[in-house]
Design a protein around this ligand. Structure first.
Ligand SMILES: Cc1cc2nc3c(=O)[nH]c(=O)nc-3n(C[C@H](O)[C@H](O)[C@H](O)COP(=O)(O)OP(=O)(O)OC[C@H]3O[C@@H](n4cnc5c(N)ncnc54)[C@H](O)[C@@H]3O)c2cc1C
Length: 461
């Protein structure tokens, strides 16, 4: 029901040029129009609920946005592929994309001492220099025996978990340097509660097989993946938006959220929108900033929830790239990027004919050197490193762009479980439902976000 002057900007429509207060009475306000917000809106709308999505950016998509320029399409929140062991969610994503989808077999490597080792590392041991292979296998078996005999103890942190699970060889040659690079944080200050299902853990037989050169495959639910043929990963979000015309307001960064006279009021400083229930998919830190009177212990817990940011360096080049999906680069001295991917190998429509593309991800935190570096300097550094590693020749580069995402990865530090408990209890007591990667503050991939949106929609009364 419309309460007074109702001006809802059409989806991706003209800029709002009016002033004053827009009041729109809807049953459910969804804060944030990333994949979670849009998937949830679509599911609730389908069930007949009245919803309105408030997205702070000029476009929906959040981390799942893509940039198409000069014939190249890049995912601006880092390389995204569609995969899941959750068949229902996988089917949901695939159906949304329909024909606009290409399927690929993963060809992923880890760059170790100049060798492209098969991913997961434990499935590529035979490719290591012989001494490194022996070191990894011998230490893996020692760790395995300690576990089997019940002598391993309970790991107190992520670093201890890595050593206990993989042994010193795999830990020191790959797991610790890679993880410290991507999280931009010491592994001994990280918790180990989250690793189940997130880190490939092969059976012992596969590790032995792979060390003696018998082909094995790990993390198999990801070994075949799909990707939008056109439009990059953002195409998935737009596919889910079908039917939601008029239900999404972009350029509405929620700055205030108040519960007054039995209704929630969300404001961006110019306009106010009201609804009787709120689902937040925006980062907890942003949500807390919108609410007045957050108790100091809750504000501190939210502030101390750790995350990192990512700079996505996009490079278009003349000619071809190796037939790889993506490559992990644990060595900090080789490149600032923790991972490079090859989008032109995901779809035949994301680079012009005769050209190809590389997307490098560099994680960082406020105050560190990457955060202070100009985008152009970071792109120079990445292109130099790509040339040094043999992935391109600098004179073949025809396109460069950099996008930064403030909220990229949740970092599970040792205080995480206590901080998240305090934060969730508070928001739950206020009656705000939290769904999504930085709202639940969990390491959720797209499938996890959609699964949680589905559960939220199913239980919505
Ligand atoms: C480098 C990288 C690679 C990844 N690769 C994959 C992959 O290959 N496969 C996969 O399944 N997943 C991948 N993911 C994970 C995936 O990106 C996320 O799970 C998913 O995009 C999270 O969606 P979300 O809507 O929960 O959050 P977000 O995408 O963060 O969306 C939140 C939205 O809220 C908006 N917002 C924030 N503050 C406000 C405010 N105050 N008012 C209004 N709006 C606001 C933001 O603009 C944004 O649109 C990757 C993530 C990263 C960082």
């Amino acid at each position: 029901m419309e309460v007074s002057k109702c001006l809802v900007r059409p989806l991706h429509g003209q800029p709002y040029n009016g002033s004053g207060c827009i009041v729109y009475a809807v049953r459910t306000l969804i804060l944030g129009g990333g994949l979670t917000g849009i998937a949830l809106a679509s599911l609730l709308h389908e069930r007949g609920h009245d919803i309105l999505v408030l997205e702070g950016g000029a476009r929906t998509g959040g981390l799942c946005r893509s940039r198409s320029e000069n014939g190249f399409t890049f995912d601006t929140g880092g390389s995204h592929i569609i995969f899941s062991r959750d068949e229902e969610v996988l089917g949901f994503m695939q159906r949304a994309l329909g024909e606009n989808r290409e399927t690929r077999t993963r060809n992923t490597k880890i760059l170790h001492k100049g060798i492209l080792v098969k991913y997961p590392f434990e499935n590529g041991l035979a490719q290591l220099p012989r001494e490194d292979c022996f070191f990894c296998l011998n230490e893996y078996i020692k760790a395995y025996i300690r576990k089997e005999k019940g002598e391993a103890g309970t790991p107190e942190n992520f670093r201890e978990w890595i050593y206990a699970t993989f042994g010193r060889g795999i830990a020191e040659l790959y797991m610790v340097p890679y993880n410290e690079k991507i999280w931009n944080f010491p592994t001994e200050r990280m918790s180990a509660h989250w690793v189940e299902g997130r880190i490939p853990m092969p059976p012992v037989e596969d590790v032995i097989r792979s060390a003696i050169g018998i082909e094995t495959e790990g993390y198999t639910h990801q070994s075949i993946f799909s990707y939008p043929a056109e439009g990059g990963i953002e195409a998935l979000v737009h596919a889910l938006e079908r039917g939601l015309e008029g239900k999404i307001i972009t350029d509405f960064p929620v700055r205030t959220l108040r519960y007054r006279n039995g209704a929630w009021e969300a404001g961006d400083g110019r306009r106010t929108v009201s609804g009787d229930r709120v689902v937040s998919t925006i980062p907890l830190q942003e949500l807390a900033g919108c609410l007045g009177g957050v108790p100091p212990e809750v504000a501190a817990a939210v502030k101390n929830l750790r995350y990192n940011s990512v700079a996505c360096v996009q490079v278009g080049l003349r000619g071809t790239v190796p037939p790889l999906s993506w490559v992990y680069i644990p060595d900090r001295d080789l490149s600032p990027a923790n991972r490079i991917s090859f989008p032109s190998n995901y779809s035949s429509h994301v680079a012009p004919e005769g050209f190809s593309s590389i997307l490098a991800e560099v994680t960082f935190n406020d105050g560190d050197p990457v955060s202070r570096m100009a985008d152009g300097d970071l792109a120079d550094l990445v292109v130099e490193s790509l040339e040094r590693m043999g992935f391109l020749s600098a004179d073949s580069v025809v396109y460069r762009a950099v996008d930064r995402q403030r909220y990229a990865y949740v970092v599970y530090d040792l205080e995480y479980l206590e901080n998240i408990r305090i934060a969730r209890t508070y928001f739950q007591e206020l009656g705000i439902t939290l769904v999504g990667r930085f709202s639940q503050f969990e390491y959720l991939n797209m499938d996890g976000c959609i699964r949680n949106a589905m559960e939220c929609a199913e239980n919505w009364r």
